[in-house]
Design a protein around this ligand. Structure first.
Ligand code: ADP
Ligand code: MG
Length: 335
């Protein structure tokens, strides 16, 4: 089932629902076989972009181009685009068996029954559900039902797999397992995939590159680590948990994991040019991770995340100094 892989080029795509634009001139290029996480807060336009790509929602007439392996698909109806979608809910037909659900699209295409059976078997094997062909949807767990939805998407051998928050209804352990399955399959099949999530950790675990969408605009498109080392704007930094301090000369963004809490009497860190001073407001000691909120003498609040365990946790009310190495900060000076 190994394929060449499909490239996706989105150029200046704008879309909305009548009043105003939900997506404002989105441009991004995706390599064949790449796993992209489309990340952003609720309402920023992630599902809209997936629907536009699948041909299920119109883009503004004349605004932008979508190309799959170089071919413009703007005018192509959904059923001819060779994309497949998986949603948060599996949306299985309750009256059909697992095999009936997975093979439904192939049956509509009037493929011979033997071929359908063979393809359904292959798809069940991919999602590790051999032996489940005859089950009804109400005999499946949430995770199994979502595997069936994934098999139903894969059985059509799509050029582009679109997943819209597919695991957000599952519990945390299961979510980890399902992520692993999707990542492994998409690598094996060299299947270009766009995975929508609002969870930055999920995006960082899964993605070759993260496309961060803020308020209908592509804010940054980079490998995950860049968002933790080189956010390109205050908004991106804020979304990725950087602590922002407003200063007369601009905004200082600090990485909370790299800040060190020190007592005022501790010897100064030679690498830290400009330590901050304040008092501890709250401490959350989770053993391996200790998160403290510090009120700086300027009044601003800042969060510090330290590795634990520590013999003694800092006490609320204590005076502290915050040291940080140069790589812990990014300066934004433009307005
Ligand atoms: P996300 O998936 O990132 O949460 P959506 O793409 O679903 O965001 O929605 C983006 C914006 O478009 C939101 O403000 C939402 O209210 C609006 N929207 C989504 N679907 C519709 C619709 N069918 N009609 C009108 N507005 C919509
Ligand atoms: Mg959505």
């Amino acid at each position: 089932m190994m394929r060449e892989g499909t490239s996706v080029t989105i150029e200046g795509v704008t879309a909305g629902y009548g009043r105003g634009h939900v997506l404002e001139s989105i441009s991004l290029s995706i390599e064949p076989g790449e796993m992209i996480c489309l990340l952003g807060p609720s309402g920023c336009g992630k599902s809209t972009l997936l629907r536009v790509l699948a041909g299920l929602h119109p883009q503004e007439p004349g605004a932008g181009e979508i190309r799959l392996s170089g071919r413009i698909v703007n005018q192509l109806p959904a059923e001819l685009r060779r994309t497949a979608m998986v949603f948060q809910r599996p949306q299985l037909f309750p009256w059909l068996s697992v095999a009936g659900n997975i093979g439904f699209g192939l049956k509509m295409q009037k493929l011979p029954p033997d071929l359908i059976r063979q393809k359904v078997e292959e798809a069940l094997h991919l999602v590790q559900l051999e032996g489940y062909a005859a089950r009804r949807p109400d005999e499946l767990s949430g995770g199994q039902a979502q595997r069936v939805a994934l098999a139903r998407a894969l059985v059509t051998t799509p050029d582009l797999l679109l997943l819209d928050e597919p695991f957000s209804a599952l519990d945390e352990n299961l979510r980890g397992e399902m992520r692993h399955l999707v990542r492994q399959l998409q690598r094996e099949l060299h299947l270009t995939t766009i995975f929508v999530t609002h969870d930055q950790t999920e995006a960082a675990i899964l993605a070759d590159r993260i496309a961060l969408l803020l308020d209908g605009r592509l804010a940054q498109f980079d490998p995950p680590r860049q968002f933790f080392t080189a956010p390109n704007s205050r908004e991106v930094a804020r979304f990725f948990g950087w602590q922002l301090l407003e200063r007369p000369d601009g905004t200082l963004a600090l990485r909370p994991e790299l800040i060190r809490l020190r007592l005022p009497s501790d010897s100064p860190d030679p690498l830290c040019q400009d330590p901050l001073h304040g008092s501890i407001l709250t401490v959350t000691d989770l053993g391996l991770r200790i998160t403290s909120v510090v009120q700086l003498d300027t009044g601003q609040l800042i969060e510090v995340a330290e590795d634990g365990p520590r013999p003694v946790s800092p006490m609320p009310g204590s005076r502290v100094r915050l040291d940080y190495p140069p790589q812990a900060i990014v300066h934004f000076t433009e307005p």
